[in-house]
Design a binder for this molecule. Structure first.
Ligand code: GAR
Length: 194
């Protein structure tokens, strides 16, 4: 199976996935990176690990439709079976999602449905909840929404600050996402209604 990781920023989850492929834990035939941000650190990571990059900036296209059509054309060219959103900070259109039914995953740093959005760790920390976590889920047309594949708790300790909590959440993500992709590739996730 061929995998496309979509990322917009740092790319630590991208690196965790690539590492799991190189270690043979995820049986992907090939992996590509799709990035929408020419300044993203993930591009350096891809270069270092010799992963092919599709760079598509939204501002280079006159419409979202054209932007997504260009990406879809490359996904078809590389015969992509699964898309893993890993810090891709852009909503995919319902038309895009329909083209890959139950074939788009996302990772989110909270126990969904709690704390959706782009500041999930900070929101959980500031709300003083006793625990938060990490969720890997199928993507549907709503933000941070869709059938949950794996979900794990991360406790918030009294001595935690935002940085220490972020660190523990990210290290949980780096284990959970490769695990979920492995489950998908080994056919162990039942594809029902998402
Ligand atoms: C991750 O924490 C991921 O869960 C989050 O963006 C971060 C990307 O980190 N995604 C979302 O918040 C999606 N709503 P990374 O670039 O180091 O992988």
């Amino acid at each position: 199976m061929n995998l496309a990781v979509f990322a917009s920023g740092n790319g630590s989850n991208f690196s965790a996935i690539v590492k799991a492929i190189k270690q043979g834990k995820i049986k992907a035939r090939s992996v590509i990176l799709v990035c929408d941000n020419p300044g993203a650190f993930v591009l350096k990571r891809a270069q270092k690990s010799k992963v092919k990059v599709i760079l598509a900036s939204r501002q280079d296209f006159s419409s979202r439709k054209d932007f997504e059509a260009a990406i879809i054309q490359r996904l078809k060219y590389y015969k992509i079976d699964l898309i893993a959103l890993a810090g891709f900070m852009r909503m995919l259109s319902p038309d895009f999602v329909k083209k890959y039914p139950n074939r788009i995953l996302n990772i989110h740093p909270s126990l969904l449905p709690a704390f959706k959005g782009s500041h999930a760790i900070k929101d959980a920390f500031e709300n003083k909840v006793p625990f938060t976590g990490v969720t890997v889920h199928f993507v549907d047309e709503k933000m941070d929404h869709g059938r949950v594949i794996l979900q794990e708790k991360v406790g918030i300790k009294v001595k935690d600050n935002l940085t220490s909590l972020e660190k523990r959440i990210h290290s949980k993500e780096h284990k959970l996402y490769p695990q979920a992709i492995k489950l998908f590739f080994s056919g162990k996730i039942k594809i029902g209604k998402s």
